[in-house]
Design a protein around this ligand. Sequence first.
Ligand code: PMP
Length: 338
Amino acid sequence: MENERPPYQAATNENLFGTSPQVLAAMQEALSSVHGYPTPDAADLRHALARKLGVQANEIVVGSGSAELISLLVRRFCGHDKGSEVLTFTPSYPLYCHEAQALRIPCTEIPLTSGYRIDLEALQRELRPSTRLCFICNPNNPTGTYLTSAELEQVLDSLPAHVTVVVDEAYIEYVTAPDCADAVSLLARYSNLVVLRTFSKAYGLASVRIGYMIAQRHLIEQLLEVKQPYNVNQLAQVAALAALEDDHFLQTTLQATQDGKTKLEQALHKIGVQYWPSQGNFLLLDAGGYSADDVHTYLLANNILVRRADQHTLRLTIGPDEHQLYLLQMLQELLHPS
Ligand code: PMP
């Protein structure tokens, strides 16, 4: 069947533990008012987020997924000035460069070090007077590695004020490392900082498309110049508001993800598969003696979809036990055929 998804969809880091029943009930109720336009600029949600984050509602913009905000950031901060450039790192989330390239804006991907750290010297080398945006993913997708507060401050201090630095915290809810940076706490100190977050991951709302950015007012105002007033549909706004209310679901998801990750790590260790410790709801695996393509093809033939990160590594999303046990069984059969 054309649109059939593999039983284990482990390629896009969705919340494989589902969505809050409270959110689904709120969406069901909101169906009766879909004849009307959505609340402009998601005002109610911005106020709820502002209370939660300790910022002002006018320091937040809500987008149709954080992907829309990435696109608007590139358009607003680079699209206006001919010759503007984007900087980011590799391996990281490919959409940053993809959005730049769609607008014919040059994008440089600076290789991370062998331990997947940011190379400050390389960053300085690649910096140009025309660099307008720098995207940093923290924790980083696909590696799961993270920047400490001190490391993020070092990066921010090393960049001139004409570079707007976007810290993408799509996976921040999953973080357990106490020293991982929380970029929102740095917003008052860095006037060139933008923080991106999403409801697509831990809140289990990837399908409804809703994410947000937080920044100082002058950056928000510039972004609003290119945002449509009704960019976020009402069902998504209602879902996100209800999701913020259901802390029990969030905590249950985080615990289940953590437990699933621990079990997967232990099992991978047993069958000799190397992985990188991850702060996200995913693990990056080494394909061992195989190419990532071969492992990907083999798993897909067995109805498991994972993401190829590069020629030697694969990223897979943490999921419920029954999914992971099946995945492990397939990996075991490939690596150690009896
Ligand atoms: N940033 C990162 C790091 C991601 O991994 C993703 C989705 N995979 C996004 C942003 C986009 O998320 P959204 O669904 O909010 O557009």
